[in-house]
Design a protein around this ligand. Structure first.
Ligand code: NDP
Length: 273
């Protein structure tokens, strides 16, 4: 699996497993299976309530801790207590350190994300986390954060799939040295049935999910498809072996439709508690 180098020199496997909506009771089994299949990057969050299962899977495998990249995220309702929330996540995961810790949403109405970032910078300075970043930050949130930030976020994890690419935001992130991490990379399955993707999949004798994931990888996105199905978990990882032509990549890029699935970060204000 190819790795990308973040702006502080830390490397991250470009394709990982997302575990949003993976039931807590099934998380250990699914993550163990993914590690067995070859995944070395798991994306969870305190809000997913399945950090314990992720940690149990890591503990149960014989794979060295430093070979696995673990991301978790600060809940919106805990932006005022980032240090405490971080320690809770680390304890729940049962890990000595976290690889990447993200502010899950900016929640601009709360007015706390710059304060939370200061706490994250302290956590980073204390070597408890290898990289810190943000998620769901729009251009204006990045501008506000960077006014007082001492550490530039390593990543911005945003909704990104063929029918909703946020090209301007992604370009801005890249120009700032912030890696773009695509969440809901398959459009939660909705981007897998169109004619263009189907034709490319038929031409390569692959699945449509592999085509969409190969497009992400060629675009330079970090990508974290979720699957709870053993066959699809393996199928998604094998997308790294698929190379698309420039014309095929362009045909997928042309599928932009402004089709956001998730909440609008400008107004989203749920606490996640
Ligand atoms: P995805 O785009 O990854 O789609 C997941 C859906 O696609 C599931 O229904 C899954 O079903 C299905 N699927 C997976 N692989 C295949 C395949 N090969 N063929 C057909 N269907 C497939 O959406 P998510 O929203 O789950 O995003 C992925 C990850 O991104 C999350 O798990 C989470 O880690 C992160 N995320 C972060 C957010 C944030 O705010 N920072 C918000 C949302 C997601 P099945 O399980 O049955 O295979």
């Amino acid at each position: 699996m190819s790795e990308l180098t973040l702006n502080n020199g830390v490397t991250i496997p470009q394709l990982g497993l997302g575990v949003f909506k993976v039931p807590p009771a099934e998380t250990q089994r699914i993550v163990e299976d993914a590690l067995e299949a070859g995944y070395r990057h798991i994306d969870t969050a305190a809000a997913y309530k399945n950090e314990a299962g992720v940690g149990a899977a890591i503990a149960a495998t014989g794979i060295a801790r430093e070979e696995i990249f673990v991301t978790t995220k600060l809940r919106n309702g805990e932006q005022g207590q980032a240090q405490e929330a971080f320690l809770n996540s680390r304890n729940t995961l049962g890990l000595d350190y976290i690889d990447l810790y993200l502010i899950h949403w900016p929640v601009p109405s709360q007015g706390l994300f710059t304060q939370a970032w200061k706490e994250m910078e302290r956590i980073y300075a204390n070597n408890q986390v290898r990289a810190i970043g943000v998620s769901n930050f729009l251009s204006e949130h990045l501008d506000m954060l960077l006014e007082s930030a001492e550490v530039v976020p390593a990543v911005n994890q945003i909704e990104l799939h063929p029918s909703y690419q946020q090209a301007e935001l992604a370009a801005k992130c890249r120009s700032l040295g912030i890696a773009v991490e695509a969440y809901s990379p398959l459009g939660q399955g909705g981007d897998l049935n169109g004619n263009a993707v189907t034709a490319i999949a038929q031409a390569h004798n692959t699945s449509t999910a592999q085509v969409v994931l190969a497009w992400h990888l060629a675009t330079g996105n970090i990508v974290i498809p979720k699957s709870a199905n053993p066959a699809r978990i393996r199928e998604n990882l094998a997308a790294a072996e698929l190379t698309l032509s420039d014309d095929e990549l362009a045909a997928i890029t042309a599928l932009e439709a402004g089709a956001r699935i998730g909440s609008d970060p400008a107004v989203a204000a749920f606490t996640q508690l």
